[in-house]
Ligand binder design. Structure first.
Ligand code: ZN
Length: 138
């Protein structure tokens, strides 16, 4: 069995953002030479997510509105976590949107449904953060 590991670095200009990282993961798969197996992609931070959904800006706006209803950023004082930080809402948003995705690799390609794309979801950005790509197979 072969295995491959790479860290992708991201820095979003805003506190919250969504970045389509599908092409970067496909590039990793190409570098790995693996034709049949599994790809794991996870955020290495507890205030950001990796998830699969549609690359549609209206939907991404809807995610933002939905997450702000469930875990509003302000007032910062509503959260106990915000004693020394102001990112309690980011931890909660990450819980809602998830830590990682696993995608099947078939015949050297990511075996997606029609509209599936991999996104990095940032909830406490403006700094460099990492995403882990691990691929196993043969
Ligand atoms: Zn925190």
């Amino acid at each position: 069995m072969k295995s491959y590991r790479k860290e992708l670095w991201l820095e979003t200009p805003d506190r919250r953002d969504y970045v389509n990282i599908t092409r970067q993961v496909e590039q990793c798969l190409g570098e790995s030479g693996i034709r049949e197996g599994l790809v794991l992609v996870n955020s290495m931070h507890i205030t950001s997510s990796v998830f699969i959904n549609d690359d549609e800006s209206g939907l991404h706006h809807d995610f933002e509105v939905w997450l702000e209803k469930l875990a509003p950023e302000k007032p910062h004082s509503q959260y106990r976590h915000n004693g020394f930080e102001d990112n309690a809402d980011a931890h909660m948003k990450r819980q809602l949107m998830g830590r990682e995705v696993v995608v099947a690799v078939t015949n050297g390609k990511l075996d997606f449904g029609t509209w599936e794309q991999i996104f990095y979801g940032e909830y406490d950005g403006k700094r460099r953060k990492r995403v882990l790509v691990k691929i196993i197979g043969e």
